[in-house]
Design a protein around this ligand. Structure first.
Ligand code: MG
Length: 162
């Protein structure tokens, strides 16, 4: 059995990861609507990954004999005004998710829940990767996004993600 606070935080994290999927689907929706199909595909892929994260937390609760409470998923609330702002919202969101993972880690640490700490190690590593990916996208857009020919190439490159 898990500590009540740890369990509740993990339960909430399922919802936050599903919200992340929803948010990135909205990003995909934004870029798809602009004809930037490579960016759209990249974020669609990102949305799939977020659902996988949600299921990892879901399975962890079940593996520990806990029942999951499925909460309402919020409507994506980021204003998608222009390309670079969308990419920056992505980075801000990943930094926020990192802080959520750290909060769960803190709670597990407080009650010497080594099992949960070890489970969370994967997410600690994953969040570094997510932040790096988001920063790279911003850098690439700042370098290549202003010129139509290079934006075309960048869009093509991002469309290769699978
Ligand atoms: Mg995630």
């Amino acid at each position: 059995m898990l500590n009540e606070k740890v369990k509740n935080l993990i339960n909430e994290q399922i919802n936050k990861e599903m919200y992340s999927a929803y948010l990135y689907l909205d990003f995909s929706n934004y870029f798809g609507g602009k004809g930037l199909s490579g960016f759209a595909k990249w974020y669609r892929h990102q949305a799939d990954e977020e659902m996988e994260h949600a299921f990892k937390f879901y399975d962890y609760l079940h593996d520990n004999g806990e029942k999951v409470e499925l909460l309402a998923i919020a409507k994506p609330d980021k204003k998608l005004t222009n390309d670079i702002e969308v990419l920056k919202e992505g980075l801000k969101h990943e930094q926020y998710v990192t802080s959520l993972i750290n909060t769960i880690y803190d709670a597990a640490f407080d009650v010497k829940d080594y099992r949960t700490m070890q489970f969370l190690d994967w997410f600690v590593k994953e969040q570094l990767e997510e932040e790096v990916n988001a920063e790279e996208l911003i850098n690439k857009y700042e370098l290549f996004g202003k010129n139509e020919a290079s934006l075309f190439e960048l869009n093509k490159e991002l469309g290769k993600r699978d």
